[in-house]
Design a protein around this ligand. Sequence first.
Ligand SMILES: [Fe+2]
Length: 386
Amino acid sequence: MPFYHKLGKIPHKRHTQFRKPDGSLYYEQLFGTIGFDGMYSNMYHEQRPTQVKEIKGSKNIKPKVAKANHIQSYRFRGFEIQPEGDYLESRKPVLTNSDCTIILAAPKNKTQDYFYKNSDADELIFVHRGSGKFRSHLGNLDFKYGDYLLIPRGTIYKLDFDTEDNRLFIVESRRPIYTPKRYRNWFGQLLEHSPFCERDLRRPYELETNNESGEFLMKIKKQDELFDMVYASHPFDVVGYDGYNYPYAFSIHDFEPITGRIHQPPPVHQTFETDAFVVCSFCPRKYDYHPQSIPAPYNHSNIDSDEVLYYVDGDFMSRNDIEAGHISLHPAGIPHGPHPGATERSIGKTETEELAVMVDTFKPLQICEDAMPIADETYYKSWLEH
Ligand SMILES: [Fe+2]
């Protein structure tokens, strides 16, 4: 997160004596990325954050690949992923490559009896259904339909849901996820032409400080292995922190679309970037207003990127037979475009209610085993005229 945030109490100077009411020291921890070159925060714990009591075992959770090399367009019916109780168990990898994994999840349990940390990847969670509270050692955030939750690698968190009806679209990224650089000035501030600004980014507002000792199970993902580690102190025991490295939320409904007289290219919808993929938000907006404009997109060849669209709500103008929760995959190497009739249908329309999240990856995506039961094997023929 490229701006400064402070929560709780911190000492006047970093790396100086910061004492509890009883005179003993708080435990400082630097929480940083990219060695000491990336964004970081300085936290102050009630207890030593290093008190591992036991390593209970581990489980390999590397996505299982069903199709490694392919050149087929796919549709996946995302809502056919079956709900499961536990949050981590419910996460089903659909598409993957060495940079990122796209996951669908429908967790039913309202909370977890463990803490979770992904040390492999930043996580971007898009909330399609459900609401609740994201809780972490760096503070809490409320979430609801339409929110992106950006969780930097290493964040210890839990998700508390209000109900059992939850649908999440998750991108795990081995590269840090940032807001687009072209929308930031040289100080990092979002510029006037950015479709969102700092006011739209919700920072943790509530810090839980639990000074408890005992046995606390933390599930830590590292190198696609999930380790069960028991800590002797409560993972949420921070009394304060400051810095730039913390989770935040952004609602897709706060994205202000950029429109024009003629069709605008996908980068105007860009919301996040990494050096391995981009994330775009397609939001309700006025259509192009040139008198001869064609609002539907033209055919295009994404020669060197795979395009994943996750359909959230509204009619998607360029597609026939697409519903909420569907994912389309248009792979690199072949062109794709509007379905038959979609171009003509779009002419004269003045606005769209479509809502979708797009992930364009620069390396090809492999199709995971969990995606095969929800895959439409005939989708690639859906552009045939007859
Ligand atoms: Fe496209």
